[in-house]
Design a protein around this ligand. Structure first.
Ligand code: PGA
Length: 238
């Protein structure tokens, strides 16, 4: 299983350090072999992790240069960052990132060999039009994306489920993941209002290879509980 915590614009550097200490001790004390990824804010990247991957929530697809307010490869390399989140719905919808820019970021960071967690997901209006429309919407989000890239991780996150406490039913999640599985062999995470209470059931579904968690992962204790649920499933799912 892959468990990823997306902090978004939450936590200070100090809070991130305290969080990492809890999660890293949990991972080593329990000999966790699942992949654990944390995406802190840029200001909290200075951390040499022992057993947890540290990734960035965004990056500008250039080595360096005149891009005011952006963080490029040169700055990420200084912190040994090799993992990036691309196409998150908050960047698509709030920051208005186009599929073209997203695909450009994908190409650039894939060329650099980054582990890419690539997010897709539909708004509520699209979901209400039925699963055919939903899949067509998600397929358009794969435009310009190499689904055979070896270090690709897909995250399916319905926009209406992010930060709302709402989730699709277990059957609905499974149907989308089954459909995505026909297009890629990459691990497929589910994201959108995942919490301690539902993480185990979601990870137990067919073709769900882990979870991408926002608000509920802000508590290190809760995130560790979700990791423990994944460990439990490793024996059940095998
Ligand atoms: P959420 O966010 O868990 O708060 O719904 C998930 C995400 O945006 O990755």
């Amino acid at each position: 299983m892959i468990l990823a915590a997306n902090f978004k614009a939450n936590k200070t550097r100090q809070e991130t350090q305290a969080y990492m200490a809890v999660v890293e001790s949990f991972v080593s004390a329990n000999d966790i072999s699942d992949t654990v990824i944390v995406f802190p804010p840029f200001t909290a990247l200075e951390h040499i992790s022992r057993n947890v991957l540290i990734g960035v929530q965004n990056g500008y697809p250039v080595q360096n240069g005149a891009y005011t307010g952006e963080i490029a490869l040169e700055q990420l390399e200084e912190f040994d960052i090799r993992t990036i989140l691309i196409g998150h719905s908050e960047r698509r919808h709030i920051m208005k990132e186009s599929q073209e820019l997203i695909a450009e970021k994908f190409r650039f960071f894939a060329e650099q060999g980054f582990i890419i967690v690539y997010c897709v997901g539909e708004p509520l209006a699209v979901r209400q039009e039925g699963e055919g429309k939903l899949m067509a919407y998600v397929e358009a989000q794969f435009e310009g994306i190499d689904l055979t890239y070896p270090d690709l991780i897909i995250a399916y996150e319905p926009v209406w489920a992010i930060g709302t406490g709402l989730t699709p039913s277990m059957e609905e999640i499974e149907r989308v993941h089954d459909a995505l599985r026909l297009q890629t062999t990459a691990p497929i995470l589910y994201g959108g209002s995942v919490k301690v209470e539902n993480a185990g059931a979601i990870m137990a579904l067919n073709n769900v290879d882990g979870v991408l968690v926002g608000s509920a992962a802000l508590s290190a204790h809760d995130f560790c509980e979700m990791i423990a649920e994944a460990v439990q499933l490793n024996t059940d799912k095998a």
